[in-house]
Ligand binder design. Sequence first.
Ligand SMILES: CSCC[C@H](NC=O)C(=O)N[C@@H](C)C(=O)O
Length: 719
Amino acid sequence: MHPTCYLTLLLWLTFDSLVAQHQLFTIDGVLSAPYSSNLTGVGDRVVWLVTERGVRNIWTATFPDAKLRQLTQQRTDDGQDLNDLTLSPDGRWVAYVRGTGKNKEGVSPNPTSSPTSAEQAVYVVSTTGTAEPIRVGVGSHPVWSPEGKRLVYGNGGQLYLATISDKIHPAPTRLFTARGSQADYSFSPDGRRILFASYRGYHSLIGIYLLDNQQINWLAAGVDRDQFPVWSPDGRQVAFERVPGSRHGELENIQGGRPFAIWVADVATGQGREIWHSPGDDGGFAQYYPTAPLRWTRQNQLLFFSEHDGWMHVYKVAPTRANTPVDLMPGAFEVEETCLSADGRYLYYASNEADTDRRHLWRVNVETAHREQLTSGKGIDTDPVVVGQTLVYRDAAWNEPTGIAWRSMTNPKTTALFPAKWPNTFPKAALTEPQAITFAAADGLVVHGQLFLPPAGLPPAGLPPAGLLPTTTAPKQRPALLFFHGGPMRQMLLGWHYRGIYYANAYAMNQYLAQQGYVVLAVNYRAGIGYGRAFRRADKQGPRGASEYQDVLAAATFLQNHPAVDPKRLGLWGGSYGGYLTALGLARNSDLFACGVDLHGVHDWSWRGNMFSPGGDWGIGEAETKEALASSPNADLSRWRSPCLFIHGDDDRNVAFAETVDLVQKLRSQHVPTDVLILPDEVHGFLLHKSWLAVYGAMDRFLQYYLPVPRSLGTTPKK
Ligand SMILES: CSCC[C@H](NC=O)C(=O)N[C@@H](C)C(=O)O
């Protein structure tokens, strides 16, 4: 070999080892920080869930002293989710649910393949932090009585009552047996009645169970689907939402809409009357997305979510007679989680008003509809909880996962409550701040995205640092990756994502990939949220024409025109609906996309519509089967050439594992390079931290093989 070649090789090896020594951070490191969720509060106390490397524990704090306390002592990544945290009205107990519900076969997820299987059960733990949790019984969705000594929870569609003290005695009892599945339940203000919705297939009814005489009274029974009932402050009336009952062959479409109405019924007579109905099919998402679709305030106002003005907003309407609702926050932005002040005068909420790709907190005076912004800047602030004169909320940034922060209502200064410090393994100083970008799709629709550029000082892919070697013919640009979120009713943001570990980890992985030297673009394609009803319900989306594929192509063009990107080295990755778009890109345009990583994606809408569930949750009717297939990756397999890594848990209850088995077999038969990582007994949102490490590790190796970049080089993270 020519002497110059030896020199080049020597220098290159030196450079590569330099790079290896300067690895800014690892996947384990960027996933090592605690993640706070499920924040709720009562009185002067809040509780929330902390997930740290898969270990889930409940914490509490009281205000105004901001005193922290850990209430549970879980120490292992056991794959058992904690959820439905709810404080007793006196703040003495937290009820919560451990484990996940059963599937159609009656089995709860068991991701560790434990021979003793797994269950979903209700627990309580004292907020003193001095006692072990107490198991109440199999079930979920616990609801406290007003005096804080009784719990109602659901199991198998029926309601159970438990008396709570330092031991669960007597054992919980089934409250009553009613046809259908009982849900949306709550105690009356006097604690002597249980309000509930009884779901019965084509219709549902609102019932009241009287504890004193074990009698059920039905309210305004009709041929519709009555849901989300709430008590009036005096317990003499009930408000609920009414959507039309089903017709033969009608199929659920989670991305569609339906008309809805607000009703009020008199408890004593059972008679009801309509207060308002939506002008169009603006319901559906407005009821299942927010956690409190309908409220009755102490100021005797009904508050409800609706998209009828084109954006997800909260409206108020008087419960006394038919009248026109008032939009409490008119404008071109969306509202998410809310919290009503104890006196009902203020509604606190998270919104992307004036900052489309972030979330900040606001409050609105329900009487005057005057609103004021409470948090701002570069945070991702969500889930407001008001305890006394303190606003507590979930708070993230571009370089910090979601923690807990607070501010007093008299001082705008915000204070981080949890965690007190980030673990040394978490590479906060080495992260890259994503940039907000937009581009236009072929039909002119403006699409938002977040662009992650490799840290400064990182040599362009294939090139050692300037000066080490004479100019080479190596490419002066980087490979790039397009990321697609799932849902699709989701929105990636300019910071750590608040919607559970699934999206927090996706954001973290995009940070890791940028640090590896990839240019990464997270694409907020049509059908997502944050940009209004028309964007979310974009025409011909998904199984009806895959109109969002225009956004995939436009995102690719954006990257190909970026000076840092090698236009011939684009890759795709995404989960669930994002896996669907990844597979669609490789099937339709292997000429554009060099490889992809498809996490539990949908690959055949027509199969899903016929075999997974009636209509596949997207309302895919018999007449739409042909178009549904044409909108799927499976329609273009003959064109698929680029390699793909498929990742799927084989106990997936949201996207059938069969979708991946079928597609991989078909691709293998046409010699497309495929890799698979199958996670036995894992579900859709992987429950084990070690699953996430395995998934992203496999992804890292796959991308390095098909879209290689030299290991990162950069300054060692500043402490
Ligand atoms: C037909 S694709 C199913 C998408 C799936 N929806 C529900 O499970 C999904 O995207 N799930 C996660 C990732 C999400 O809802 O965000």
